[in-house]
Design a protein around this ligand. Structure first.
Ligand code: GLU
Length: 291
């Protein structure tokens, strides 16, 4: 049997904090326990918010923590052609459609319905679902508006996509990091509505590039925070549509601040660099995280 392959996949859009350290250390620990490999993937498709300094910080902080990963490191911004090719398949299969609605227009549709007393459906993160009315624009109308240079995003027609798969989707989830037991989780991709697959600035989005890369890099075990648990539903749907292998998953607990909130990249006191500057050692960090 081939060795398990894990990945730690941060976005270099801020300083690494205790939450990142926890995720990296859980991945590293599970890789050691299974005799597996650990890859690092830099998820920098947002070329505006991601910076070389933050990326350098990821390498520096992982080295400091003693988390070793294989080289070369995959940087998503260097592989837009790979994502574009997969997007082109989704376009050819008629599973995505161009959505021209501006944010303002979407807000107007939603407030009109909510003013009438009907709550607008929300996704698992609490954001309103995208109004799917442009699923039915004619090809002629789409062509005309694209040719006229109207900005648009490619959105997945989630109902059509789910129907195309033609079966219920689920995945294997490890119950904890000791990897002694698994359970089946049911995917509910429709809960996300018509998610964006590509924007005008980039031929990909998080969901599309993550499934492409997990497959290209031969990832067998996706280990990441609970905040991405529900994202797995969309990713399983894309894997099935694209004929990609399905990894097993473990969504670990999140590191919360004293008020019970998820850590954010702007909380200075939990940044690894700030903690190091205060004299904390890698052993202190492991202690703080309960290793
Ligand atoms: N790049 C994502 C993040 O920093 C993680 C993606 C993943 O692990 O699937 O939140």
């Amino acid at each position: 049997m081939n060795a398990p392959v894990f990945r730690f996949a941060p976005s270099p859009n801020g300083e690494m904090h205790l939450g990142h350290a926890f995720s990296a250390l859980v991945n590293a620990g599970m890789a050691v326990q299974t005799g597996g490999r650990l890859l690092l993937r830099i998820e920098d498709i947002d070329v505006i918010r991601c910076t070389p300094d933050f990326e350098a910080g990821i390498h520096r902080d992982l080295a400091w923590l003693g988390v070793a990963y294989e080289c070369p490191v995959r940087r998503q911004s260097e592989h837009f052609d790979d994502y574009r090719a997969v997007l082109d398949r989704l376009i050819a299969d008629d599973l995505v459609y161009p959505s021209f609605l501006s944010r303002g227009a979407v807000r107007a549709v939603i407030s009109e319905q909510e003013a009438g007393g009907t709550a607008w459906p929300r996704d698992p993160d609490g954001a309103p679902l995208h109004p799917p009315m442009e699923r039915f624009l004619s090809q002629a109308e789409r062509g005309r508006r694209i040719a006229a240079g109207e900005p648009f995003a490619w959105r997945l027609d989630v109902d059509k996509a789910y129907a195309r798969v033609g079966k219920a989707l689920d995945w294997t989830e490890w119950t904890d990091e000791t990897m002694t037991a698994t359970r089946r989780e049911t995917a509910a991709p429709q809960a996300w509505g018509d998610v964006i697959m590509a924007r005008k600035e980039a031929p990909t989005t998080y969901h599309l590039s993550v499934v492409v890369d997990d497959a290209l890099q031969g990832i067998t075990h996706v280990v990441r925070g609970r905040d991405l648990f529900h994202a797995t539903s969309i990713q399983r749907l894309l894997q099935e549509l694209l004929g990609l292998p399905q990894p097993t998953y473990f969504h670990h607990r999140l590191i919360l601040d004293a008020e019970g909130r998820k850590l954010s990249k702007s909380f200075r006191d939990t940044g690894l660099k700030a903690l190091r500057d205060l004299g904390r050692t890698p052993a202190d960090i492991r202690d703080m995280l309960g290793f």
